[in-house]
Write a protein that binds this ligand. Structure first.
Ligand SMILES: [Zn+2]
Length: 222
């Protein structure tokens, strides 16, 4: 009742175009949803994202849902997700992407890239967890596992570093994996992949834990 009353006074608007949303719409309007800049990476096994991870033979594919453009819809959605407390945006993106890619893999587990506990305390949630849950809801019998590995180093923001120092900066940022993953097919999910260094480091740890295959999925890439 109260939320309906509030929405009468302050109607929710589309994060992208500011149109008033109808009750069945969340965060973005139907027109903007149809216009999402999808990469279709999953249709191209040699896409630029996957090429970043060629050194790890356990990684079988990599794909991004959206293109990230400055000022574009993916940036607006992910900004809302990470900095404005709208954690359900992750679930929404996961459900939308899951409908596209659900018959390309048969995963056993979905692993959101962990964030450091200090960042978790500050933000209140791991922004990749909702995305993982939304994706998992589109597959049969898949578990979301955010308890397998911890981020043990809280590196500073990497956007201003050059490529080499970024790679050095991420050495040993994750704990070892806490279980043997023999026979498991894992989907690893991240928000935005730029260099791929941090998610690559996580996948190296999964390989050490004998994972049988890894598919990397992210919300957006440049
Ligand atoms: Zn819109």
């Amino acid at each position: 009742m109260l939320s309906e009353f509030i929405s009468l006074i302050y109607p929710a608007t589309c994060l992208n175009c500011n149109e008033t949303l109808i009750s069945a719409e969340n965060f973005i309007c139907t027109a903007c949803k149809i216009d999402l800049p999808e990469t279709m990476d999953h249709l191209n096994s040699e896409n630029v994202l996957f090429q970043k991870f060629a050194y790890n033979s356990s990684i079988k594919s990599a794909a991004s849902f959206l293109y990230f453009h400055d000022g574009g819809i993916a940036q607006k959605l992910i900004h809302g997700l990470k900095y404005e407390g709208s954690h359900e945006i992750g679930n929404l993106l996961g459900e939308l992407y899951g409908k596209t890619i659900f018959d390309y893999f048969i995963p056993d587990i979905v692993i959101p890239v962990p964030i450091h506990k200090k960042k978790l305390r500050k933000r209140g949630y791991n922004q990749s967890l909702g995305f993982a849950k939304g994706l998992a809801s589109c597959f049969n019998n898949v578990e979301v596992r955010d308890d397998l590995i911890d981020r043990i180093k809280n590196t500073e923001t990497q956007t201003r570093r050059n490529k080499l120092s970024r790679w050095l900066n991420v050495s040993n940022i994750y704990s070892d994996v806490k279980e043997d993953l023999s026979g498991k097919v894992a989907i690893v999910v991240d928000d935005v992949i730029t260099t791929g260094a941090t998610v690559g480091m996580l996948c190296d740890k999964l390989k050490e834990a004998n994972v049988s295959a890894i598919h990397i999925l992210c919300m957006a890439r440049r």
